[in-house]
Write a new protein. Sequence first.
Length: 817
Amino acid sequence: MGSEQPCGYGSRIDDEGGTGNGLQQVSNKAMLKVLFRAQITGKGSRSLRQLPSAVYGRLESRAPDIAPLCIELESAVVAYDVDSCQEVMSKVAQSLCEWNNDGYQLNRESFVLFGGDIMLLRALFCKFPSPDNAEKLRFTVKVLYIRNECLSILRELCSTLHLTVIEHLAADKKFLVKLFGMMRFHNTFNNAVNLAEEVLATRQDTWLVQDVPNFTSLVSNFSSRQLASFCRVLAVVVFEPEAGNTWLGQDRSTDSCVQQQKARFEEAEWTAADKNHEAVLFIPDILSRLVKLLTLDKVSFNREGSPSSELSELTAALSMRGTLERMYHAFRVTRAQLLDETGAVISQLAGRQRSDPVPHLQQERAGLSLSDERILDWNIITFLDRTALSTGVVHLAASHHVEVLFVLCALCGGKRREQVQNSLAELGLINVLNDMFDKLDWVPTPSRAHSRGIHGLGCVCNPKSALKIQYLRLIHNFCDRDSCNRTNKQLLLVPSVSKESFSFWSKNNEGKESDGLMVKILKILVKEPSDSLYRFWLASCVEAFLRGADHKDQEVVASTGLMEHLLQEILQGGFRCATSLQINFDLLGELIKFNKSLFQRLDRLLTGAKFDQFVEVLVTNLVDSNVFIRSVVLSLDYFKRSQVHTTGLGSSPHGCFLKETSMRKDDHGFGFREDVDYCKIATFVSHNTLRLLKNLMCAVRLDDINQDNICVLNTALIIFIFLERNGELQIYLQALRSDDVRVLQTFRSLLEFWRSYYLRKRGREGVSLQYSTQLPFSDWLHIVDLLCSHPDSPCSLLYGSSANLQHDLCDSMWTPA
């Protein structure tokens, strides 16, 4: 008897396919003993099959054929009878298949109720005794067939009875390892990948691929088609969902908590996804193979519903009919699997078959003989795997472009991002993406007011939109970096050329407009409507490109008319999408940051009523506009430190006080002094620093703070940093206390979240903040420590509060710097 492992089903599966506390023993118990045991231990039977056999056999069901099948399957597995097991598997598959079977759903429910899923696991793990050499090949084929059937049926059950089956499978480590082991064989690969994707996506945590024996060699031996399919599994294990509020419900005031937070910042924690990234990158030539998969472009990327594309796909499907039928009879793949693996091609083929009096793919399903020579037709296997450029294989590989893009995107955003980005640049990823861009259709998908997509009424998401979004996410992550990345970013500005020839191109085309990938993206962006499905991701690519860019790159981006487009979007008013205004302000802020000429160009565009309208939008939407305000403040300080002579680009000597005589709008405290010697934006910010600071401190409520709006706190902290540098911190704090002390109290609590977020989160958060603002992270920690210091300190947010307030807050909120 082998070692026992929990299978997640209330019984144990041992290495020999038997059960500890086995079902056979349970069946010998009297019914009353079973009930008494359930009452005493609280562990009842999960399935009817765990009841005494006499009771089990007499139970009536709306699916009366299922119970005998389960008994027959158990008998075959217990007897290690390969032939009988294969025969029963064929009957089970026929009963549970949805083709020509109106009662398939009821049969599946009854099958699980009678413990059929447990029997499938026993058959999957069963080690059938191997015969002599003469019959070994036929025996091996039969065993693989049985296991393939188990995987196929389990996946059908998971898709239909989701929570009943899949959660137990997801919790079973031994089963997951077995799934990966089944990927080593050609005729069990597809079903193993399909089931693994379903099961791993259900887990609350991320599965560690390091638990898979010989994972590196497993993936290295995959063909191109197999690797493309396996990307569906990789997409699940390399993805790391963002955590929510990291400090709710925790003790945030103890010294030990602060020390733990600082320790976690200094030594970033490696998550399961990070470890999976390491395992994937350890596979030889994995990045090169993934990039090559993106070059398989036999699949049409043209507009949805194009008659020409439908005709070409149908033609390809008809040409593959013979091969597909042989695949079906050889491996007994299910209809769901065929649809998953071949997409639109099989959909068109299925449509033709419904009008055909002869049901091609489902004929001879019942009673399929394993001894049939079609099962041993290894020529099919070698043909499909060897002809990597055949229509079918190329289509199968190209149909997984979304998953390939997703995996590359995740690797570009991991801890090895710089290594991955540089490697992908050397492998010519940008050339591949440049070619893909021209094949994708960027015409906005028309809104469907009365349709209900996966995200609700009016949703226009579809497989092709998912492809384009993952494509843009990869470009974003390729550009997103917390260090100088100009060499790689320049590849997006040049035509589709090799990296080696870039230096020659740059010398001979300096100053000329480029038609590189980034310029293509910009030209699409300025034409996109506000409610476009792709506008957010197009803008994200541009923002990532601009982050840390030099003045020349900013000028290239501005030459496409982006600044004028953004201003038009900001000033248009009316109904806005949830993220539209924030996108516009964020991009505008990155475009002008630290750039004198573009800063003044924006100022020239904001004349008269346009400036008043711009300011009105800015101050009434601080959560959306705060990053733009941050860019202005950082630029003013940069110009001052760089001694750039820009009239008005400096701090007002009386910035703390709002003079009524200098305000165009005096009702609400926002306005600017009309003076041709002043830059309007700089004057507005310097004359309204106090009001802007106060409103930024109040823009986010304590209950609503999260990783998406924490940027508002960062903008307020930047102003505090510069005030402290200029010796004006105490003056501004006193002015804020005189206005409303509750603002300071609330902001003090918000800073606790800030501390928790940046000291407990991965270290990259602090590095990113430092890189984007050019302010050392130590300056951020210093100003937060000052503001959160003991109430006796003049720089404390709680300084000068009432005695009661000090008494209540000293013990509960004060954390020593």
